[in-house]
Design a protein around this ligand. Structure first.
Ligand code: C2E
Ligand code: CA
Ligand code: CA
Ligand code: CA
Length: 273
């Protein structure tokens, strides 16, 4: 048994080394991927729950690696964060969002990682970008998760207030999955709450999920926030959410993330009715 344990340990270490090696290669490739233009900011529609018209889009990053094909953000964002490359990448995403605003109607929301948000030049660079491109800050929303706010309370509030003063909206992403979501709602000036997909995809299964989703909607709406549901895949979910007062829907039912020239400009009338 002892021997088996040692072997298992060896296997584990080998697996770890492979993982580290994979990360190292990805990290090195990230460096040149930006220069080579291998990234694309896909857009996914955000749809008004009452009228089923498209209000705007969320920008979602895709990496088209020359050898590995498309790599999803779940695989390379953590690497970019760990290596600090997320700063440059995040700047590219914001610049690309400003460019795409000229090609679509409505608003674009962009995911901002913790390191990027806390970088000392974040607000200044963003202000400069808006100035340079002439993009309307009221058409730009920043999506942040709870993890961005974990510590350094005062500084986070300051940054959020600066951004809001510039005219941007702030969304709390993945709502309900963190530890202290509730206290954050009163502490930080969010415009929007995005209900995490895990609650939405449980709507059909667990009665509890319906109660939780309805309560989140009432709570957020009561605080004057806009409520967006993510990961809407089924018409029943869309109907329940709309009836419960959710403002916006996002998910494969309404439209997949696609590049700008392929993305939906209106929702399929079959779903809208
Ligand atoms: P997220 O911000 O929670 O984005 C929503 C994710 O759910 C996206 O995955 C989207 O493609 C996926 N999704 C949308 N509708 C549905 C649906 O109906 N069903 C299912 N099963 N999935 C749906 P994606 O594009 O793979 O992105 C994963 C995560 O990577 C994002 O989660 C976000 O945290 C991060 N990410 C993506 N783009 C960026 C970026 O530009 N910057 C940063 N910092 N993070 C990004
Ligand atoms: Ca998001
Ligand atoms: Ca989310
Ligand atoms: Ca997420």
């Amino acid at each position: 048994a002892k021997n088996g344990g040692r072997n298992a340990c060896r296997v584990f270490k080998c697996g770890m080394n492979e993982l580290i090696e994979k990360r190292r290669i990805l990290e090195a490739d990230l460096e040149i991927a930006l220069q080579r233009g291998e990234f694309e900011l896909y857009l996914q529609p955000r749809v008004d729950a009452a009228s089923a018209s498209i209000i705007g889009y969320e920008g979602l990053l895709r990496w088209f690696h020359p050898k590995r094909g498309m790599i999803s953000p779940g695989d390379f964002i953590p690497v970019a964060e760990a290596s600090g490359k997320i700063i440059k990448l995040g700047e590219w995403v914001l610049a690309e969002a400003c460019r795409l605003l000229q090609q679509v109607d409505g608003r674009i929301s962009v995911n901002v990682s913790s390191l990027q948000f806390r970088h000392s030049d974040f607000v200044t660079n963003l202000a400069e970008l808006l100035q340079r491109t002439g993009a309307d800050p009221r058409r730009l929303e920043l999506e942040i998760t709870e993890s961005v706010l974990i510590d350094d309370d005062k500084r986070a509030v300051q940054i959020l207030n600066d951004l809001k003063e510039m005219g941007l909206d702030i969304a709390l992403d993945d709502f309900g999955t963190g530890y202290s979501s509730l206290s954050y709602l009163s502490r930080y000036p969010f415009d929007t709450i995005k209900i995490d997909r895990s609650f939405v995809s449980n709507l059909g299964l667990a009665e509890n999920a319906q109660v939780i989703v309805r309560t989140i909607i009432d709570l957020g709406a009561g605080l004057g926030m806009k409520i967006v549901a993510e990961g809407v895949e089924h018409i029943e979910e869309a109907l329940f959410l709309a009836q419960s007062g959710c403002h916006e829907l996002q998910g494969y039912l309404l439209g997949k993330p696609l590049k700008v020239d392929e993305v939906a400009r209106e929702v399929d009338p079959a779903i809208a009715t």
